[in-house]
Design a protein around this ligand. Structure first.
Ligand SMILES: Nc1ncnc2c1ncn2[C@@H]1O[C@H](COP(=O)(O)OP(=O)(O)OP(=O)(O)O)[C@@H](O)[C@H]1O
Ligand SMILES: [Mg+2]
Length: 318
């Protein structure tokens, strides 16, 4: 596809008999953010390492920015940036020094390396850090500097492997802002994350990866719709009545999830208004008191748990 920045077809990678990637397919359109969402060990980092030519696939076709990652690895490297799960900054140096060093490592001349460092410090709001050593940076500042470093060469395609893991909410928001501003500049971003909210916030399209395969692919909205549209949440006054409530609600029993701590049960609904009035009436007739009843869209969490089968919060009360 001409407008694809990344094409992956049937990628496989095995480590000592274990499939890290097990026939993974993926297409990422130029100028978009693609979220790769998956639990620990799903194969996210393996995918990023293959896409960034650090690792060869055992099988499959993998192209980045129009070049094959195995046969044209050098051409790919010229066009990509990588923010690894574990970053490679020099702790003793300041932000500017780190960026200049990266520039020199990428064969920019001294003058261009300095100019590029200034530009990126400005862009990531790090200009005020002066000579302060990176080891004194906050988590958010450090990650923004990582991001700046990965952009030294103005890559066409940028890989971010769990860019906000370990950051507090403020640091996370700072990184999100930076990623959003990148895409405005036309960069294609592939980002891995374990945070559903992050994929929801940043990504145009999301694929869910489990055990080295894509188990679902779409926009946040289509993925949410895929597990049955809206849901109804009911919070009871008395957790002891959750079982009784599940039994009498006019919804499919096997799709109800129960959270005893929050005295909450949640179920997919087909007709919003019919479900709402039906639930209110059924509870009233049974003398079960509800504290709150709400209709809502499913969260990506629910989509993920449903599609990967790792949902262990199913109908214990039923
Ligand atoms: N170099 C390696 N040698 C052996 N096994 C590996 C290697 N790299 C990855 N694996 C295995 O491959 C599987 C996928 O690992 P990968 O690091 O790609 O997962 P991940 O989705 O990035 O997980 P996390 O969210 O923890 O970063 C895991 O079972 C992992 O143990
Ligand atoms: Mg990883």
């Amino acid at each position: 596809m001409a407008d694809a920045a990344i094409t992956v077809e049937g990628a496989r990678k095995t480590f000592g008999g274990k499939h890290a990637l097990d026939g993974l397919d993926l297409t990422v359109t130029r100028g978009t953010v693609h979220g790769v969402l998956g639990p620990n060990g799903a194969g996210k980092t393996t995918l990023v390492r293959i896409l960034s030519t650090l690792l060869r696939p055992d099988a499959g076709r993998v192209e980045v920015a129009g070049h094959d990652v195995v046969r044209e690895a050098y051409a790919v490297r010229l066009r990509i940036g990588l923010l690894g799960q574990h970053a490679a900054l020099d702790e003793e140096l300041g932000g500017r020094q780190n960026l200049e060093l990266f520039g020199r490592l990428h064969h920019l001349g001294a003058r261009r390396a300095r100019a590029r460092a200034d530009e990126l410090l400005e862009r990531f709001e790090l200009s005020g850090t002066g000579p302060k050593a990176v080891k004194q940076y906050s988590g958010g500042m450090r990650r923004r500097l990582d991001l700046a470093a990965s952009l030294i060469t103005e890559p066409e395609v940028l890989f971010l492997d769990e860019p906000t893991t370990g950051l507090d909410p403020r640091g996370r928001a700072e990184v999100w802002d930076s990623v959003r501003s990148l895409v405005g500049g036309g960069t294609t971003v592939l980002l891995t994350t374990q945070y559903l909210e992050e994929a929801d916030q940043l990504a145009d399209r999301i694929c869910l990866v489990d055990a080295g395969r894509v188990v679902a692919d779409g926009t946040a909205d289509t993925l949410k719709a895929a597990i049955g549209g809206d849901r109804i949440d009911v919070v009871l006054r008395d957790a002891g009545q959750l079982g009784a409530a599940v039994a009498l609600l006019p919804v499919a029993k096997d799709a109800v999830t129960v959270d005893t701590d929050r005295r909450l049960l949640s179920a997919p609904v087909i007709d919003r208004m019919a479900a709402l009035t039906g639930v209110v009436r059924a509870l009233e007739e049974a003398g079960i008191e509800a504290e709150d009843i709400a209709l809502r869209r499913p969260t990506l969490d629910e989509v993920f748990l449903r599609l990967t089968g790792h949902d262990d919060r199913t109908t214990e009360a039923a």
